[in-house]
Design a protein around this ligand. Structure first.
Ligand code: SF4
Length: 509
């Protein structure tokens, strides 16, 4: 079937209506779910502080019900995700109301991708960042993969539609590898793991500006499709963005995953593309440089280029965007965040300009690639680049750190990594959103969202469940969250697209 995108008006989160739209979408695309059916929502964050960050449970309920009704020979109907900001996926599921939703649907298995074996998927395309990626076993074993993203802007990749939703098909250890100035390439590489048979995006309430704390935008739309590149291209057109300007979409297109030209895509449904564009008029995407983002606040941001591989003049996929997301989280938890924050200077990359810090003001160099040599106030300061080339990062050696370990690490960095009085460096590549949150909390004496009383019980219970399962798996010898050999031979043939045209061998290794 030609790449097809279905645009349907959907003014609210009515489960019966969403079920009908999804069922009709499956029919239009000639799809019959069977075998192991796995849905991947976007639950990067949830709960009362992040109401617009995730695919809403009503949306998932409608899609799951439609899959169940339309399916033939379904062996397993499941949902899986690895949420963001270092919290257990159990916590994010609970905050999103997913457990109750799954119960209502009945017979839905819930996978937490931070609690299952991770398997190796070899890559062969010439442009790959590394020779293999790791993904949760249920993804590798899925027969019918359903991508259910949330329609949002993104500070790292301009937008997050279907392709970018794949960042959640890796656990934290692997997700943060290459989550830097080459993030778009990583997202394009993730496309080789699996291609969905069915895509359904929650664009009923879309998210503007950023991804964790987006500004709600009433778009009243459900879009569905059968090809990720075509799908994301149409979503870009809806908000007036050239899909080829979004690097991961362009790369996937160039590698043969699908078309971006509207002439090669069938757009059907009860909304025309022009009507969808009218609905999205004024939608603001992400991608604001950190210097501009913090203008008018007590945070003065400076950025120089990241390491030279990839030829970027700014690290769009790493630390600067993480700082933007972090400040927005803190603003949600404490309206007085900006007023409390003392004048602070934050520097990224190889920076050789002036840093206008007055006596007593703190300067923080963030990330391993930070580099500076010059005067700050009355002092000469030298910050050496500690960046380690990606070729020296072995995914098999990557370690996961939970939020308590991150608290310890940030605390140590802030205390011990004093380069000079009031000059600190924070290590890591990337320095994650949660580490930025913890650093700002400490520098500004702000409320720590991870200790918020209303979250504490839920968080601790999810954390303990996660850790208990880990301990049980260790004691019983079951593979827990470790790369396993099963995917060698299992995952590669599951690509639903023909492999892109290149010379490398396609056999499973
Ligand atoms: S340290 Fe941060 S800014 Fe530097 S390359 Fe890594 S992610 Fe980008």
């Amino acid at each position: 079937m030609r790449p097809t995108v279905i645009l349907r008006a959907c003014p609210d989160y009515d489960v019966a209506r969403i079920e009908r739209l999804a069922y009709e979408g499956l029919e239009t695309l000639g799809l019959t779910p069977s075998g192991r059916v796995l849905c991947k929502p976007n639950v990067v964050a949830s709960g009362k502080h992040f109401p617009h960050a995730h695919t809403r449970p009503e949306f998932m309920e409608g899609v799951l019900r439609a899959l169940k009704r339309k399916g033939q020979g379904i062996e397993e109907l499941a949902m899986g995700e690895r949420c963001g900001i270092t919290v257990p996926t159990r916590y994010a599921y609970r905050g999103a109301g997913y457990y109750a939703m799954a119960k209502r649907v009945g017979g839905v298995r819930m996978y937490h991708f931070d609690e299952v074996p991770q398997v190796e998927i070899p890559l062969y395309h010439p442009e790959r960042l590394r020779d293999a990626l790791y993904t949760p076993e249920p993804v590798a074993k899925a027969d019918f993969f359903v991508n259910c993203p949330k329609f949002k802007a993104h500070p790292w990749t301009t937008v997050t539609f279907s392709m970018k939703n794949y960042i959640g098909i890796q656990d934290d250890r692997h997700r943060l590898i290459d989550h830097d100035h080459r993030l778009n390439e990583k997202v394009a590489d993730l496309q080789y793991i699996v291609q969905p048979q069915f895509i359904a995006i929650d664009a009923i309430t879309a998210g503007e500006g950023r991804m964790l704390t987006p500004i709600p935008f009433d778009l009243g739309l459900v879009a569905m499709g059968n090809n990720q590149v075509a799908f994301d291209a149409v979503c870009c057109h809806i908000i007036g963005i050239d899909p080829l300007s979004v690097d991961h979409i362009r790369m996937a297109h160039e590698r043969g995953f699908g078309p971006v030209d509207l002439k090669a895509i069938d757009i059907v449904g009860d909304l025309s593309l022009d009507e969808a564009k009218d609905k999205a008029s004024g939608f603001r995407s992400g991608l604001i440089r950190v210097e501009d983002y913090f203008k008018g606040t007590n945070i003065h941001a400076y950025s120089g280029p990241p390491p030279g591989d990839g030829g970027h003049d700014y690290c769009w996929g790493g630390c600067p965007g993480a700082l933007e997301e972090a400040i927005e989280i803190l603003r949600v938890f404490d309206e007085a965040t900006d007023a409390k924050m003392p004048p602070t200077h934050i520097v990224f990359g190889k920076y050789d300009g002036r840093i206008d810090a007055k006596p007593g003001e703190t300067v923080v160099f963030i990330g391993d690639c930070a580099e500076f040599s010059g005067r700050i106030g009355e002092r000469d300061v030298v910050i050496e680049n500690r960046y380690v080339d990606r070729s020296r990062h072995d995914p098999l050696q990557a370690k996961g750190t939970d939020i308590y370990a991150k608290m310890l690490k940030v605390g140590i960095d802030l205390r011990r990594n004093q380069v000079a009085k009031d000059v600190i460096r924070l290590s890591g590549c990337p320095v994650s959103v949660s580490e930025h949150v913890l650093a700002l909390v400490s520098l500004g004496k702000l409320k720590n969202p991870f200790f918020e009383a209303s979250n504490a019980v839920l968080y601790t219970s999810a954390y303990l469940s996660w850790r208990t399962r880990q301990a049980i798996h260790k004691v019983t010898g079951q593979p827990y969250n470790r790369p396993g050999p099963m995917a060698r031979g299992a995952a590669r043939p599951r690509l639903s697209l023909p492999p892109p045209d290149h010379d490398a061998p396609l056999e499973v290794r």
